[in-house]
Design a protein around this ligand. Structure first.
Ligand SMILES: [Zn+2]
Length: 413
């Protein structure tokens, strides 16, 4: 394994810690299963806490189970610069999604110790509770409670598919902390695998994340007339599936004909009555539109609605669009984003600006404090999969950029 030399962090130590954490909840195909607040998640958290204490940090846990490991600042009354991500995974998750951001942050703290670097602000490593939203829904609970997106009480009462109540699982695993959930932060930095193919395809080593895409999710119901597939002539049909298929094509066109970084996806399609000799009378499908610019996303929304109405009219069917969920575009703090870019350039790493297409704890935190993210490439752009992989060198580069950005933000004496 060849690691870049002359970095302020220890890439081999980071890689070894990633490997040690991956032993907890290891799956047969080389991935990880540490569902939020399961026994495996608890074991991962316990290991993390032991590492932080060995690095001289003071560990606190808040009432939603978020962990904050603190390294003193020269002025310890100042709010901390927080780095972090999540340790929970999907049921067949990978070894790096979330975990990389947590352990890269720990590596930064270990390296500050090694080099005897003091910072003006205290520095913290955060582990956010239930980012994945797999065992307990919705996702990004820990960061969502801290930033006021959800109330503590509504989240404590969430029940998992296995019947467990979240508040009870916090107690059972020993992570029902005492600290209030309005944690003060000077700034927040999150390193993460890209979870897409752009950096790898373009041969870039670092993604400078400028913000997160806005998202609009819809449910569409198309209503035609069910009829026998034999006796009903073609010209007299009101086929809900034929209309819906044109609408699926229209959704794709909304994406293809939008500038910037658009996404437009139909992910679910249910056909009723789902019988091979009945003309479909009703079709349900979901639509997911995304764009980093609010005006463009609003324009995509208008074009999507107009297309569905026109296609329904042409096909003599009804079409109803229900708004399911909406999340506005979230730009990150420009001075911090500039610092990430300068850090990458300073090391001579190839880099590009990139918009996050996925949800992250950083997206909620950005609503409250100045926030930036650092992406590293992942193999074939694959994540939420046991084969998820990164190279040790890319991991080291991401941690080095995190180190530089942290030091510049937390302030030298
Ligand atoms: Zn993640």
């Amino acid at each position: 394994m060849s690691l870049p030399s002359n970095l302020p962090i220890d890439g081999q130590r980071l890689w070894d810690s990633l490997a040690d954490m991956a032993k907890i909840g290891a799956t047969a195909k080389g991935g990880n299963c540490r569902l939020a607040l399961s026994d495996e998640d608890k074991a991962g958290r316990d290991l993390f806490v032991s590492w932080c204490e060995a690095a001289g940090c003071t560990v606190t846990v808040d009432r939603i189970g978020n962990i904050f490991a603190r390294r003193k600042g020269l002025d310890d009354s100042l709010p901390p610069v927080v780095m972090g991500s999540h340790l929970d995974t999907q049921p067949t998750g990978g070894r790096f999604d979330g975990v990389f951001g947590v352990l890269a942050a720990l590596e930064v703290v270990r390296s500050l110790n090694d080099r005897g670097v003091d910072t003006l602000h205290p520095v913290e490593v955060a582990v956010w509770t239930n980012e994945e939203g797999s065992r307990f829904s919705p996702p990004m609970m820990g960061s969502g409670v801290v930033t006021g997106v959800f109330t503590l009480d509504e989240i404590l009462d969430k029940v998992a598919q296995d019947g467990a109540r979240l508040g009870d699982e916090l107690v059972r695993t020993g992570y029902a902390g005492e600290a209030p959930v309005d944690h003060p932060m000077h700034a927040y930095l999150e390193a993460h695998i890209e979870q897409g193919p752009v950096l790898e395809v373009e041969g870039k080593e670092i993604g400078v994340v400028t913000g997160a895409q806005g998202q609009r999710w819809y449910e569409v119901t198309v209503t035609g007339v069910e009829a026998h597939a034999g006796p009903t002539p073609m010209r007299l049909r009101r086929d809900a599936l034929v209309a819906a298929s044109a609408m699926v094509q229209a959704v794709q066109r909304v994406g293809l004909e939008t500038a910037g970084d658009p996404c437009a996806t139909v992910g679910i399609l249910d056909v009723h009555p789902h019988s091979r000799n009945v003309i479909p009378g009703r079709v349900f499908f979901t639509v997911d539109l995304r764009h980093p610019n609010a005006d463009t996303l609003a324009d995509m929304d208008r074009r999507f609605r107009a297309a569905v109405a026109a296609i329904a009219e042409q096909n003599g069917v009804g079409a109803e669009i229900a708004d399911f969920w909406h999340f506005p575009p979230t730009p990150f703090a420009k001075p911090l984003v500039d610092r990430v870019r300068e850090a990458a350039a300073g090391f001579g790493f190839s880099h590009r600006d990139i918009v996050s297409g996925a949800g992250h704890d950083a997206v909620y935190v950005a609503g409250k404090v100045p926030t930036a993210m650092i992406f590293i490439p992942c193999e074939d752009g694959i994540s939420h999969n046991e084969v998820e992989n990164i190279s040790p060198a890319d991991g080291a580069r991401g941690a080095a950029v995190l180190f530089e950005t942290l030091v510049a933000t937390a302030g030298k004496p």
